[in-house]
Design a protein around this ligand. Structure first.
Ligand SMILES: Nc1ncnc2c1ncn2[C@@H]1O[C@H](COP(=O)(O)OP(=O)(O)OP(=O)(O)O)[C@@H](O)[C@H]1O
Ligand SMILES: [Mg+2]
Length: 247
């Protein structure tokens, strides 16, 4: 059985149908990809899956449990984390404090609890471990604003990992990165995929084809093609679209 499934998901904003009929299935311990043209509904799909929006129809199933329409916090507590298409780190905080702010409840309580937890040995060990996993070993005390763009992107993934998710959703992690930073990110995600199930929305096809076990193409609010990278390269629809040329 798949770890995560979206079944017959339909989502509209007013008269604008964005997701007509989405069926997706993500296997545990695999890296799944989602591609598709601009405005196809990929981010909306993540927003429905992670509880930001309720679908108008359909079901979202995680580990056999129906999580459709549950609030984002409840979904996060079940072991589902995401990163955002727009960078979501606090520049004026250190890498460690950014991880701290990701601990449930800390953001609301504000700075005092940040300072208390900053002296917590267990938390510090965990923060170092997370930074190590995303390739930021030794950067605990560096301000996010002093990290390179690629390192901030890695920190953002660390923030999502700090909750120890069973499944991690990444929305266009290569956005704004140059070739070198993209290669570093690819190596980092390749290591991460050994111990967490990952789903990535991505425009960079060589990046996605190099990492994914299974890829879904979303277009016109539906999954129009899916399969292994090799199957997709051979898919007539993918070949005839711009997406095929990129791959
Ligand atoms: N909250 C919202 N209210 C109204 N329309 C929305 C909302 N969120 C998304 N949309 C619309 O849904 C459509 C799909 O947007 P979405 O961001 O999901 O696409 P995408 O596939 O992620 O595109 P991109 O590749 O550019 O990131 C767009 O037409 C967008 O304007
Ligand atoms: Mg998007």
């Amino acid at each position: 059985m798949a770890l995560f499934e979206a079944i017959h998901v339909h989502k509209r904003f007013g008269d604008h149908v964005v997701l007509e009929e989405i069926n997706l299935s993500f296997e545990e311990h695999k890296l799944s990809g989602i591609m598709g043209p601009n405005g196809a509904g990929k981010t909306t799909c993540f927003n429905v899956i992670t509880g930001r929006y309720k679908p108008d129809r359909g079901q979202v199933i995680f580990d056999g449990q129906d999580i459709t329409g549950k609030p984002p916090r409840t979904i996060a507590q079940l072991g589902i984390s995401r990163s955002f298409q727009v960078m979501n780190v606090f520049d004026e905080y250190t890498a460690r404090d950014n991880l701290l702010l990701a601990v449930p409840g800390v953001r609301q309580k504000g700075l005092n609890i940040v300072h208390d937890l900053a002296n917590d040995i267990e938390f510090n060990a965990k923060a170092s471990d997370v930074l190590n996993r995303v390739g930021l070993a030794g950067k605990e005390d560096v301000l996010a604003s002093d990290l390179s763009y690629g390192q901030r992107r890695a920190l953002e993934i660390g923030i999502a990992l700090a909750a120890e998710p069973r499944i991690l959703f990444l929305d266009e992690p290569t956005a704004g990165l140059g070739a070198e930073a993209t290669a570093e990110l690819s190596a980092m995600i390749n290591r991460l995929k050994q111990d967490v199930t990952i789903v990535i929305i991505e425009h960079d096809m060589s990046f996605l084809f190099g990492l994914a076990d299974h890829i879904n193409v979303i277009h016109w609010g539906q999954v129009v093609a899916q399969g292994s990278p090799d199957e997709l390269k051979a898919n007539k629809w993918v070949q005839s679209s711009n997406l095929g040329k990129l791959a």
